[in-house]
Write a protein that binds this ligand. Structure first.
Ligand code: CAA
Length: 373
């Protein structure tokens, strides 16, 4: 099944996404209809149960699809990955009513999802967030400003973490916020180095009334809910990085065969061939780490450490491979006539989003040391 999903995603991405990417990245144009089309192919809810209109498959299939989408556009791969976060949270922690209400539109691409944890004061130190959700009767009043919310402007269903209790991780709860709720407005949109199609938003909450039926799990469980979702999200970001790196390698190989200097293709120079060999080897290793984390998750075995390792290695690989691809294309690689400079800009964000690679090292280190701090 994994190879069928891979082929389906590749065909769609190459035909429908790739031709518009360069222009849309420049104009920062996101096309929700592409997510809807991906949804109608069953590609926006791959690991979600068929009961809630998902494909009922696993992360091995999900990551294969994301890798193929990323080869065409990292922005759309990230969009699919982030739309997956509310689905995984609701699948694991939602009530039956919450699952039935919010998962099917996301799983079928009719709605876009978002996840909002970070704030100005709480990036890597996610438990320091200060947005509050105060209980008033049967509702919560949400107040505060969230940052770095991927596709917060187009999302219909957002999972927002806010403080319902005291300081620290145990005072945090998770809520479903819906587009258009009164007191919820969009703040600034970040101007970024890459991934312009995927908008990164500030969200402002001013006495936003959230019915208590929107609380996920219990009060105080929000931090665990967020971090467990990020564990799975990190596998999808790693898959995105593998896709970006593979696209860069494909471009570099093509160039190394076509471009002639000193009377022969530059790929016939050992200096270039060795560079390509290292790039290919690192990508294969990254893909295997992604597969390992995905397989553990699919088997319901602990995978937090392997997800962090996959994210760390795959995204560092993407940065290195895309930089080397630019080098192989030389001056041309540095221009926007070729996609490798875009890949290099896209690779950078994968080292940051869903936990910087320093945080991934911290997570891996804690696992290796059995929690020693
Ligand atoms: N799954 C479930 N629970 C977890 C967990 C995990 N992976 N990791 C920790 N926890 C639990 C712990 O067990 C602990 O609970 P108990 O006391 O009951 O055992 C509680 O959470 C606190 O854990 P820590 O003491 O380890 O917490 P910490 O403050 O040291 O933080 C951290 C740990 C790993 C640094 C975490 O804060 C982190 O991952 N930071 C990075 C945040 C991040 O990735 N942000 C990106 C968000 S993505 C985004 O915003 C953009 C977008 O659009 C997607």
């Amino acid at each position: 099944m994994q190879s069928e999903i891979r082929t389906l995603a590749r065909q769609f991405a190459q035909k429908e996404i790739l031709p518009r990417v360069e222009e849309d990245e420049k104009t920062e144009t996101f096309r929700p209809e592409l997510i809807e089309q991906l949804g109608s192919l069953g590609l926006t809810g791959i690991p979600v149960s068929e009961t809630y209109e998902g494909a009922g498959l696993g992360y091995r299939e999900y990551t294969a699809a994301i890798e193929e989408i990323a080869k065409a556009s990292a922005s759309y791969a990230i969009s699919v990955a982030v739309t997956g976060l509310p689905q995984v949270i609701l699948s694991n922690y939602g009530t039956e009513e919450q699952k039935k209400r919010w998962i099917p539109p996301l799983a079928t691409g009719k709605a876009i999802g978002a996840f909002s944890l970070s704030e100005a004061v709480s990036g890597s130190d996610a438990a320091a967030l200060i947005t509050t959700a105060k209980k008033e009767g049967n509702s919560y009043l949400l107040n505060g400003t969230k940052l770095w919310c991927t596709q917060g402007d187009v999302a219909e269903t957002l999972i927002v973490m806010a403080r319902t209790g005291g300081e620290g991780p145990k005072g945090i709860s998770a809520f479903v916020v819906e587009k258009g709720m009164s007191g919820f407005r969009l703040g600034k949109r970040e101007k970024k180095m890459g991934c312009g199609i995927s908008h990164t938003m500030e969200l402002v909450f001013e006495n936003t009334k959230i019915p208590e039926s929107h609380l996920i799990g219990k009060e105080g469980e929000g931090f665990k809910i967020a971090l467990s979702a990020l564990d799975s999200g990190r596998i999808t970001i790693a898959a995105t990085a593998v896709g970006i790196a593979q696209a860069a390698l494909d471009c570099a190989v093509h160039h190394a065969k076509e471009r002639e200097q000193f009377g022969k293709p530059i790929g016939a120079q050992q200096g270039v061939a060795f560079l390509l060999a290292d790039m290919g080897t690192q990508i294969e290793a990254a893909r295997l780490l992604v597969q390992q984390a995905a397989t553990l998750k699919d088997k319901d075995q602990p995978y937090s450490q392997q997800a962090a390792m996959a994210k760390l290695f795959a995204t560092d690989t993407a940065m290195k491979v895309t930089t080397d691809a630019v080098q192989i294309l030389g001056g041309s690689g540095y221009t926007s006539e070729f996609p490798v400079e875009r890949y290099m800009r896209e690779a950078k964000v994968t080292q940051i989003v869903e936990g910087t690679n320093q945080i991934q090292r911290l997570v891996v280190g804690r696992h290796l040391l059995g929690g020693l701090r």
